[in-house]
Design a protein around this ligand. Structure first.
Ligand code: I3S
Length: 125
């Protein structure tokens, strides 16, 4: 999905994380872990290859990053979807599934908790 990174959304977290999309529209995908520059805004998670790409995308509206709309998303820790440690899963209402992982536990904990809060704030709007 292409998402607009600039519709008045305040980014709250930005960091390199390991990311794998494992399903789209309920259909399982072949897992492919990549390092991604992840930006959490007030309603979306945006994925860039590199931090530089974020700046480019913000200047050029045609250059939109991949992203996840967090409205209605389910956030959970998973030990079954990967042999890696510290893996969290995001499932969208449309059946897209993403894994996020970092070796440093406090890092991924912070993302898990902040994304959860974001989802909660969207459902109570
Ligand atoms: O859930 P899977 O299929 O065991 O995930 C592994 C695969 O994506 C593997 O790639 P290949 O399908 O090309 O062999 C990756 O190299 C592994 O990292 C995946 O497992 P982990 O446990 O690392 O998520």
């Amino acid at each position: 999905h292409n998402m607009d990174a600039s519709v008045g959304l305040q980014p709250v977290l930005k960091e390199y994380l390991n990311k794998a999309k494992i399903a789209e529209g309920g259909k399982k995908l072949r897992k492919n872990w990549t390092s991604s520059w992840v930006v959490l805004s007030s309603s979306q998670l945006l994925f860039y290859k590199e931090s530089k790409q974020e700046a480019v995308a913000n200047l050029k509206p045609s250059c939109r990053p991949d992203g996840v709309d967090l409205c209605g998303a389910a956030i959970e820790w998973t030990t079954e979807k990967s042999s890696r440690k510290n893996v969290m899963q995001i499932t969208t209402p449309t059946g897209d599934e993403f894994l996020l992982q970092a070796d440093h536990f406090p890092t991924i904990c912070k993302w898990h908790d902040t994304i959860k809060k974001t989802v909660d704030s969207l459902s109570s709007r």
